[in-house]
Write a protein that binds this ligand. Structure first.
Ligand code: SAM
Ligand code: SF4
Length: 346
């Protein structure tokens, strides 16, 4: 089959790397390997979620092919997420296979965002396959509150998982979503706990993604308020540390640890966005907060070679939007996009 010539601006891109219309270099791919999860966090999902039929999922081999096509176009950092990535059956096969790109140096980092429930089981394998750092989501250190937030989770199991991961040599960053009236007053203790265990700690503002059972206006806690309150107890020193993600970091003088703020609502970080997100069905979202997407599954399945899918990737990056338009207040109390965070991956 003869291919139609690519438009000139996409053709130029195919000879360099993934540069979007705003000059941003896309070097970071997040992959939601499953939309399923063993928790039901109140800000993320409703309790009775409808998950995708298993038949719609890309196979692990297809996920590998897609990730590899991105790596061939210059993606340097890959984060597997979900849903809960460690509940995807056979996930270690994918990690092992992707680790070949770490060995060649084509990929600089392979990492995970996990709720920690399966870490005790998988920590050693992750290390064996070249994973060095992971993010673990922990919103509270109070076991009863943990159950309330996650509905189905057990704090003890997560803490055991974190210990196993540290023993295996993984560097850990704890992520916590700041929730009004829930973990709001516990945040300073969580900072001390994380830093005491040599873990970075990052706070996240709730984002209006997908319908949940509750009211997001009730959950939303602006990090500008949290930061002001933290400054009553801690000295926060601005630092230039970057992980390739959207967090802005400070050093807490009293603990010596790093504290990150992910503030999609109070401080939009889109101008430096280097990421795109792939779902477990092969849909590519060029922005977490916009609906525009590209189907990569059809071109992937249409041919055994990667030419078609690479063209689809280049075309998608050529229309990456400038940014999101998240707002949470009483007059904007609807999700900005209908899909849940578990679909696009955090
Ligand atoms: N299950 C894994 C976990 O919880 O770490 C990975 C997927 S989860 C969707 C990734 C991150 O997104 C978690 O840190 C979670 O707290 C966060 N998250 C989920 N829904 C969110 C929302 N509506 N706003 C902000 N963060 C959210
Ligand atoms: Fe599951 Fe993570 Fe969503 Fe919680 S935040 S329900 S652990 S995907």
């Amino acid at each position: 089959m003869t291919q139609a010539a690519l438009p000139a601006h996409i053709e130029r891109m195919s000879h360099s790397s993934l540069i979007d219309p705003y000059g941003r270099h896309v070097s970071y791919l997040r992959v939601s390997v499953t939309d399923r999860c063993d928790f039901r966090c109140v800000y993320c999902m409703s309790e009775n979620m409808n998950f995708l039929p298993k038949a719609d999922l890309l196979t692990l081999e297809e996920l590998d092919r897609l990730c590899s096509a991105f790596i061939a176009q210059g993606v340097k950092k890959l984060r597997l997420t979900g849903g809960e990535p460690l509940v995807r059956k056979g996930i270690m096969t994918l990690v092992e296979s992707l680790s070949r790109h770490l060995k060649t140096g084509a990929l600089e980092e392979l990492t995970f965002t996990t709720n920690g429930s399966q870490l005790a089981k998988y920590a050693k394998d992750l290390v064996k396959h070249g994973v060095k750092r992971i993010n673990v989501s922990v919103d509270t250190l109070d076991a009863a509150k943990f159950k309330e937030i996650t509905r189905w989770g057990e704090l003890g199991k997560v803490l055991d998982g974190i210990k196993a991961a540290q023993d295996a040599g993984l560097q850990i960053k704890i992520n916590a979503v700041a929730l009004k009236g829930v973990n709001e007053f516990e945040i300073p203790d969580m900072v001390r706990w994380a830093h005491g265990q040599k873990m970075d700690f990052t706070l996240i503002e709730t984002m209006p993604l997908g319908d949940i059972d509750g009211d997001r206006t009730d959950q939303y806690l602006p990090l500008s308020h949290v930061r002001a309150r933290l400054m009553e107890q801690f000295t926060l020193e601005d630092i230039s540390y970057k992980t390739g993600g959207p967090a802005r970091y400070v050093r807490v003088a009293e603990t010596g640890g790093r504290l990150g703020f992910i503030t999609p609502l109070t401080h939009n970080f889109c101008e430096s966005c280097n990421r795109v997100r792939l779902t477990c069905t092969g849909t590519l979202y060029m922005c977490l907060g916009q609906n525009d997407a590209a189907d990569l599954r059809a071109p992937l399945r249409a041919s055994e070679g990667d030419e078609l899918v690479t063209r689809a990737i280049l075309e998608a990056i050529s229309r990456k939007p400038k940014g999101h338009d998240f707002i949470i207040d009483r007059s904007h109390n609807k999700p900005a996009v209908a899909r849940h965070m578990s679909v696009t991956g955090g």
